[in-house]
Design a protein around this ligand. Structure first.
Ligand code: G6P
Length: 612
């Protein structure tokens, strides 16, 4: 969603901001803009991609050494030049960019209009600039105090970067519910909503927490609470490198990330699987193992693809650890006064660690006394900092909006957690543990095999289905969530309508849609449901549906019934999602490319959904 960058230093702020905004493109947006201070307040905006802003900036020849920039994903007010950020106060002296939503903006706006202020945009953001100016100019207080008073009046969420032409050396920032971090350079300072625009300049960062603000100059920063309590913040070192956020020769980030999976899964497992003594060591869970072992149940809350990995987790925890699991959409969980408390574990799963609904679910369960654990990819993210304990997926930065390597890493973590818990609860003996751990260790090689063996054939197959209007995905047990994930991938990036179903449920509705135009992707990894799955395939075939099977090498029954097959190596049943999802990712990728879609930044979608 919306992204923020800021710069204070001696460099060309315009160029640095544009480059930073390009790094944030992956979050999803529909316009971009910057404010530069150079004796006067200079604003430049551009519709659509950052490149348009860049062209406008070059044409206008404006420069400066201090500024703020924004990519906007429209919430209040249609995408047009007036609503794009930065927004100005009425006098034009204050400019700001904002991520989040101000909920009481209508009543605040009404009051300010009554007092004679005129508003230009339909956004909730403009109210902050206007209210700040009103408070600052009508009382004898500093700009900083005026900002604190403003923030006490607004209700909602914000990540804010603000410049005031009367203080041309400073950028003010504040955070509540929308991430912000400061990058500490040598004689220059950076501000961003995530680390990707900063990583090429410095690896020293400070994460702001909710209720905090900072005053940033080129060689200093002061962090305090909105209540004016000065804070000494820990300086973190970023682990990611610049190469991780570049395409490395691939045409799209998504394809790069699909092909990275042998490595990202191996990185996720590394140091945690111990094949010599058949144990699993998840450092982040050591202090909560007792709570996990004695948990009445685990409730998993997540959104999107992370919710799908949670569904795989349900099968894994129940099968391997015999712990009851419920999987919830975070947005539903948080608003229905959930029955959760002491003795329960809430496990939130989030690639970004910033998804607003998932964060709210976490806070809700924590307030009710549950132990709150997290599986996150982004180190330093809000969710990872607010959970009691958790496990990082270590998949590396995921830039493609459609999640791929984060999904497999999440499933890998869930698998390790379930095995470890199963061992701790006495449901998995040493021999079984050895079998599971050795096989899990071999998964990265098997993923590599699938990528090498099936990439070309899937590319060919995709040509035949490029213009299919609908797709159906069917799976059973562990691969029912994979069917959901396959359908989600396709609709996200190719805009083809696709649905995932438990194969047996097909008879209760989707079968009515099947005719010779309907591709049906069947995830038929051989397991105890193989015979049932074959019956379902027969049912599709009888209605002339076109069957694409993801199946184990040598499953001739499935092969004979299918129009197209993608082979996957055999593995233990509960590990199959780590393999079966790979061909589905490739299929959706190639179909989307054939349709000329913007694979990495699909329309209307955001990588990190920081509003509810
Ligand atoms: C957005 C993204 C999805 C992602 C979901 C949850 O919808 O486009 O790819 O699965 O948010 O995000 P999270 O960061 O919490 O995993």
């Amino acid at each position: 969603m919306c992204g923020i960058v800021g710069y204070v230093g001696e460099g060309d702020a315009g160029q640095i901001l544009v480059k930073g905004l390009k790094r944030l493109e992956y979050r999803g947006y529909d316009s971009a803009g910057v404010a530069l201070m150079n004796g006067e307040m200079l604003i430049q905006k551009g519709k659509g991609k950052v490149i348009n802003l860049e062209k406008n900036l070059v044409a206008s020849k404006i420069t400066g050494k201090i500024g703020i920039g924004h990519t906007r994903w429209a919430t209040h007010g249609e995408p047009n030049d007036i609503n794009y950020h930065p927004h100005l106060s009425e006098s034009g002296k204050i400019a700001l960019v904002h991520n989040g939503i101000i909920e009481n903006y209508t009543s605040l706006r009404k009051k300010l209009i009554e007092r004679g202020r005129t508003f230009k945009s339909q956004t909730d953001t403009e109210i902050i600039a206007q209210l700040l100016e009103e408070i600052f100019t009508t009382s004898d207080i500093s700009f900083e105090e005026a900002l604190q008073l403003t923030l006490k009046q607004v209700v909602g969420t914000y990540g804010l970067a603000i410049v005031n032409i009367d203080e041309p050396e400073r950028v003010y920032v504040a955070r509540k519910g929308s991430p912000l971090l400061l990058g500490i350079g040598d004689g220059e300072m950076f501000i961003a909503s995530d680390a990707s625009p900063i990583v090429e300049y410095t690896n020293k960062v400070i994460y702001l927490d909710d209720g905090e603000m900072a005053i940033v100059t080129k060689d200093d920063y002061q962090v305090k609470t909105i209540e004016d309590v000065k804070l000494t913040k820990e300086i973190h070192e970023l682990a990611m490198g610049i190469e991780e956020i570049e395409k490395a020769g691939y045409p799209h980030f998504m394809l790069k990330e699909i092909f990275e999976q042998p490595r990202s899964i191996a990185d996720c497992l590394r140091g945690r699987l111990n094949t010599s003594d058949s144990t699993i060591q998840l450092g982040g869970l050591v202090n909560v193992m007792e709570e996990l072992v004695s948990a009445n149940r685990i409730v998993i809350a997540a959104c999107g693809t992370s919710w799908h990995s949670g569904l795989v987790g349900e099968y894994l925890f129940e099968y391997l650890a015999k712990t009851p699991v419920e999987v919830e959409y975070a947005s539903e969980f948080r608003y229905r006064d959930p029955l959760i408390g002491k003795g329960d574990v809430l496990l939130v799963i989030s690639q970004s660690g910033e998804t607003a609904d998932t964060l709210a679910a976490l806070r809700e369960a924590k307030a009710k006394g549950a132990t709150v654990l997290g599986i996150c990819n982004v180190v330093g993210s809000t969710i990872s900092r607010e959970t009691d304990a958790g496990v990082f997926t270590h998949a590396g930065p995921e830039i493609g909006v459609a999640s791929t390597k984060a999904f497999t890493a999440q499933v890998a973590v869930l698998t390790m957690m379930a095995i470890q818990l199963g061992q701790a609860k006495g449901h998995i003996d040493n021999a079984r543990a050895a079998e599971l751990i050795n096989e899990l260790d071999s998964i990265p090689k098997k993923v590599e095999h699938i990528l090498n063996e099936s990439d070309e054939s899937i590319q060919e197959m995709a040509k035949l289905f490029t213009y299919a209007p609908n797709f159906l995905y069917l799976g059973r047990t562990y691969n029912f969530p994979v069917a959901l994930e396959g359908a989600l991938k396709l609709k996200e990036i190719s805009y083809i309508h696709a649905e995932g179903y438990p194969a047996a449920e097909m008879k209760h509705g989707p079968i009515a849609l099947i005719d010779d135009m309907m591709p049906v992707v069947v995830i038929a990894a051989t397991d105890h449901t193989n015979d049932k799955m074959i019956s379902n395939i027969e049912e599709v075939k009888a209605r002339k549906g076109r069957i694409i099977s993801i199946m184990n090498d040598g499953n001739s029954d499935v092969k004979d019934l299918s129009n197209f097959c993608v082979n996957i190596p055999s593995t233990i049943d509960c590990f199959t999602p780590l393999l079966t999802v790979i061909p589905l990712q490739l299929l959706s990728y190639y179909i989307a490319v054939n349709r000329g879609c913007n694979v990495d930044q699909p329309r209307n979608l955001a990588k990190s959904v920081t509003v509810e």
